[in-house]
Structures are given as C-alpha cells and as structure tokens.
Write a protein that binds this ligand. Structure first.
Ligand code: NI
Length: 176
C-alpha cells in the first residue's frame, strides 16, 4: 500500500471522463488499497481514482467516522446510478478543492449498479450520506466537481478561492 498525492482544482485529470475498468486483477486491488489509505490519511469520507491522477472508474467511500447513519467502507468499480429519488441539501467539500465548502442539492436515495473489486456485479440502494458521497465521487469519474452544481451567482462568490487553489497548484508543480 502506498499513500498517493491528491491532485488539486485546475488539474486537467479532474475534468476528464475516466475509463471503464476492464481488468479485475492485482493492479486494481492495489489501486483500491491506495485509495483507502490516502482517503483515511487525508480524513476524507470518499475518494475517486482521478483525484490521485488515475483516470479510471474506481471510487471508495466510508462515511463511518462522521455519521451515525448506516454506512460502511466500500469500493465501487464502474458505478452507474440506475435510479434516484427525493432530494436533500447538505454542505460538501472536496479533498481536491481544499477550504471550499458549499451546500449542494442531490437526490436522497439512489440505486447503484457497480462491480466489486473481484469483478462481481452488484446492485444496491443507498440513502442519505452514503448516497451523497457516492454521487459526489461518481461525478468525479465524469470530470464533474461539486462546485459545478452551484448557481452561477453562488459559484462566482467562490471564484477567487478557486483561482488561488489553481495558482498554488501550478507553483507547487514548479518545485525544482
Ligand atoms: Ni471530491
């Protein structure tokens, strides 16, 4: 297992559509372990492979540390939202957009089809925080970020912070 670096807002990988996973082998298992380790170390409750600069459709979620709702650590490969209902609004952040938080409206319950790490087909219903985290992370696989869900006006209030994150990211990349 190894700790990976989380890429930040402005990095082009965060805007790509990630590729379907077709091989369920040792490489995938290592990727999932690294995602769990990185998520835990960074105190996140969800992490998508593109956030460690791997453009593949793999996410891990574990809201257990922050909720009393039913939740568990879970890796979802090639997740698809098959159905959704209801709506809820909650403040979100993102490990790739440090220091930025905003209320996002999302469905309250979802039906998800995914593969487990062994390639087994799964279909499951999730509610509340599990649903929200899976939706946030699945968005990452399509190059979408939580700030994209905000109205133009609310997003414009964050423009300066977002630009600062991007500028820091570029500076850090220039360390020689
Ligand atoms: Ni995120």
């Amino acid at each position: 297992m190894s700790l990976r670096t989380i890429i930040l807002y402005g990095h082009p990988t965060l805007r790509q559509r990630a590729a379907e996973v077709t091989e369920f082998g040792e490489g995938l298992r290592t990727l999932v372990e690294d995602l769990f380790e990185t998520m835990g170390t960074e105190r996140g409750i969800g992490l998508a492979a593109p956030q460690i600069n791997v453009a593949e459709r793999v996410i891990v979620v574990d809201p257990t540390p922050v909720t009393e709702e039913e939740s568990r650590p879970l890796a979802l490969i090639n997740p698809e939202i098959a159905d959704y209902e209801g709506q809820s609004t909650l403040e979100e952040g993102c490990l790739s957009i440090p220091g930025v938080y905003a209320e996002v409206q999302r469905p309250a319950r979802i039906r998800v089809r995914y593969r487990d790490v062994d390639g087994g087909a799964q279909e499951e219903t999730f509610a509340d925080l599990m649903a929200r985290v899976i939706l946030h992370e699945t968005d990452h696989l399509d190059g979408k970020l939580f700030v994209d869900h905000l109205s133009a006006m609310r997003r414009s209030l964050l423009t300066r912070k977002l630009r600062a994150i991007d500028a820091d990211r570029r500076r850090q990349a220039m360390r020689l």
